[in-house]
Design a protein around this ligand. Structure first.
Ligand code: HEC
Ligand code: HEC
Ligand code: HEC
Ligand code: HEC
Length: 410
């Protein structure tokens, strides 16, 4: 009996030693997602689905992605002064993030643009590497160092494979807001996406650090309040992204605030019942006939059964209701953009006609708010679905300010 135990123990140790010797080296895992395939072939296969480009999103692909600029002429006026008026495409899957950024004509202030496009940035943040953000864009792009798109290491620790947040600007924003641990735990899965699917700005003063405007909360009003009261390094008050020559006013450009829209105002029914981005965008799905957590980040309407039917049993009905919300928002988006364009041109005309400068000042103040509220919905990628109440509210505000401008000059 004793011999048997000893023999078994020796055997177990031998097997363990062999396993250790032959085990693939987890520590070698890095920003290249292909290297993770060895450990998780099904998840990697699911991830590769992100290569698909769909004609319902990008009807002229290949080679052309859907360009907002081609379809919304009003963008020439509100984004006059920033290259969003020339180059502004709909997104596509995560594996394209680096290619699409490098191809974009928009001004890139530095390597910091890779912060949410390249998996390489995960380690730069976790290792607290200082100053990489300000390396010139051309130098960073030419180096090839950032060529790995959004991937495993953005959300998983390479050793334990546990999920963790790599973008420390997110944890910084949460701790500065003194958000309690409960919020972080309850929203952890959504926060994995909020590493990138958020509105941000580059800290003025030269460092270009990515910063989130969250001190006052997540709603459009909270974020506008933050920017309007921002104290710049030179002591002036108010943060803006660019100068718009048509209306002769400085404006903010919002970037994809999916997380904020989802959380804003407690008015999103899915947030209210504690759902996360992962519940709809990463449901359990068959991959090579095995059920796994999907790593294909796409429209959940491509897999309504898996994403929605656990609660909405009538999938045709819920799909129709979703489309109805989106169509309403799309229609408003187009109509209000036309009002904004008219308002911008009205300010320009008024200036040429020599209208009183106080009146012009007032109109420009309204223009800043009108454009901000419109963009908070337009730059969010769900056409209002993530929070219909907040989307409608922001559009109402935008419309009201635009009409006030037109009233001023009539
Ligand atoms: C955007 C964040 C994100 C990225 C990128 C990502 N994952 Fe995940 N992964 C998740 C989330 C979230 C879950 C689990 C969801 C749940 O079970 O609630 C998960 C689950 C997993 C699991 C199941 C085991 C577990 O921890 O529950 C594996 C294996 C996995 N991921 C591998 C990968 C691989 C391989 C890659 C790269 C090809 C990758 N992931 C990229 C977020 C991500
Ligand atoms: C490290 C940054 C990063 C993280 C983390 C991240 N994303 Fe993304 N996501 C992007 C970028 C960048 C794009 C646009 C890529 C492009 O257009 O080339 C994108 C695009 C998308 C798209 C659009 C795909 C399409 O085909 O239109 C969806 C959906 C999406 N992400 C969902 C998620 C979800 C859900 C999470 C969290 C589980 C998440 N993302 C986490 C950066 C990220
Ligand atoms: C209740 C389900 C649900 C939840 C939860 C959810 N989404 Fe969505 N998401 C959708 C639907 C539906 C769409 C619209 C897809 C379409 O237009 O075809 C969408 C669209 C998107 C898009 C644009 C996709 C595209 O094809 O262009 C992105 C990006 C995105 N969501 C990210 C997120 C993030 C980040 C979160 C968490 C903060 C989140 N979603 C939470 C259902 C959900
Ligand atoms: C975990 C349960 C759950 C899942 C999964 C879920 N929903 Fe919902 N959904 C709800 C609840 C609860 C409400 C609020 C119902 C009410 O107010 O009557 C809701 C409301 C809605 C509404 C009405 C929103 C409004 O404000 O008018 C739409 C549209 C919707 N869901 C679409 C979807 C879609 C599309 C999916 C999948 C991508 C999905 N839901 C997944 C629980 C869920």
């Amino acid at each position: 009996m004793r011999y048997f135990i000893v023999l078994s123990a020796v055997l177990v140790i031998a097997v363990l030693a062999l396993a250790t010797l032959t085990a693939p080296n987890r520590a070698a895992l890095n920003a290249e997602s292909k290297a993770w395939e060895e450990f998780h072939p099904l998840h990697y296969a699911s991830y590769l689905k992100n290569e698909q480009v769909f004609s319902d999103r990008h009807p002229e692909y290949p080679p052309k992605l859907y360009s907002y600029v081609d379809h919304y002429p009003g963008l020439q006026i509100i984004w006059d002064g920033i290259a969003f008026s020339k180059d502004y495409n709909k997104p596509r899957g995560h594996v394209w993030s680096v290619v699409d950024t490098e191809a974009s004509l928009r001004l890139k202030p530095g390597a910091v643009c890779y912060a949410c496009k390249s998996a390489v940035a995960a380690n730069l943040y976790l290792d607290d590497i200082a100053g990489w953000e300000t390396v010139s864009w051309d130098e960073a792009a030419a180096s090839g160092d950032f060529s790995n798109p959004v991937g495993c290491i953005d959300c998983h620790d390479p050793l334990s494979h546990e999920r963790r947040i790599s973008r420390t600007f997110l944890t910084d924003a949460l701790s500065e807001q003194e958000i309690d641990q409960d919020f972080i735990e309850n929203n952890f899965k959504s926060l994995l996406c909020a590493q990138c699917h958020v509105e941000y700005y580059f800290k003025p003063g030269g460092s270009l650090e990515v910063t989130l405007p969250w001190d006052n909360g997540f709603s459009s009003e909270d974020i506008l309040y933050y920017y309007e009261n921002y104290v710049m390094p030179d002591g002036t008050v108010g943060f803006t992204d660019f100068h718009n020559p048509t209306a002769a006013v400085d404006l903010i450009k919002i970037q994809h605030p999916e997380f904020e829209m989802f959380k804003a105002g407690g008015t999103n029914p899915h947030d209210r019942i504690g759902m996360s981005c992962v519940d709809c965008h990463m449901p359990m799905m068959p991959q090579n006939s095995v059920e796994i957590r999907s790593h294909w980040w796409t429209s959940p309407l491509r897999h309504v059964e898996e994403s929605c039917s656990s609660c909405h049993t009538n999938t045709a009905q819920i799909q129709a209701q979703t489309k109805a919300i989106q169509n309403e928002i799309k229609e408003k988006q187009g109509a209000i953009l036309e009002l904004l364009a008219q308002a911008g041109l009205a300010i320009q005309d008024a200036e040429l006609e020599g209208v009183d400068s106080l009146l012009l000042e007032e109109a420009r103040g309204y223009f800043q708010k009108a454009v901000f509220y419109w963009d908070f919905v337009a730059a969010e990628n769900s056409y209002g679905f993530h929070n219909p109440t907040e989307a409608r509210k922001a559009f109402d505000q935008s419309k009201e300010y635009a009409l006030q401008i037109l009233d001023l000059f009539n």
